[in-house]
Design a protein around this ligand. Structure first.
Ligand SMILES: [Mg+2]
Length: 179
């Protein structure tokens, strides 16, 4: 089994760093208000500014909190079920920061795969994806692959019985153990 593990929004809570930045320069937004993938539209934030600011957050990678405690344990456990690769969509310039973050948090993985856009992930040769993007989830389903959708305020609108929605990563291990 080949498992594609996402970073932003699944391992790294980068939106927390971005909100901290945003709330200094624009009106305050709280995480639970980010109810759409393209939330920047609703808040009149320029898309390119948003993505540039996210990349900037990665420059200060040591400030980015993990989504959960015990991420390292989780990646060790899940590696017993198959090949776990980090599969992340991002600006190339941030790859080295992401790798530093993964190392700092003792995340276990085999390959680091970086793509330029999220939905490209679904075309890669993986059986299972762990991701938070509703766009990626739809395409992964179209490609008849398995998705564990990590609960975030921006993916609550997507409802499909084929989606395994998880509120914490240990639920992936539990589901693998059941089969
Ligand atoms: Mg993500």
């Amino acid at each position: 089994m080949k498992i594609a593990l996402d970073v932003d929004g699944v391992l790294a809570d980068v939106i927390v760093s971005w909100l901290e930045h945003n709330n200094k320069i624009r009106s305050e937004i709280l995480k639970h208000e980010i109810t759409d993938w393209n939330f920047w539209k609703k808040f009149n934030i320029n898309q390119y500014d948003f993505y540039a600011e996210l990349s900037k957050c990665w420059e200060n990678w040591s400030n980015i909190p993990p989504t959960e405690t015990k991420l390292s344990d989780f990646t060790k456990k899940i590696s017993q079920f198959g090949q776990v690769d980090i599969v992340t969509a991002r600006e190339r310039s941030t790859d080295s920061f992401v790798k530093n973050w993964l190392k700092h948090h003792d995340i276990v993985y085999e390959n680091y795969v970086s793509v330029v856009s999220g939905p490209m992930k679904a075309d890669l040769n993986y059986d299972v994806f762990i991701d938070d993007s509703p766009l990626n989830a739809m395409k992964i389903l179209q490609n008849q692959k398995r998705i564990f959708l990590y609960d975030q305020p921006w993916n609550q609108n997507i409802v499909d019985k084929r989606i395994n929605r998880i509120s914490n990563l240990s639920q992936v291990i539990n589901q693998f153990n059941q089969k």
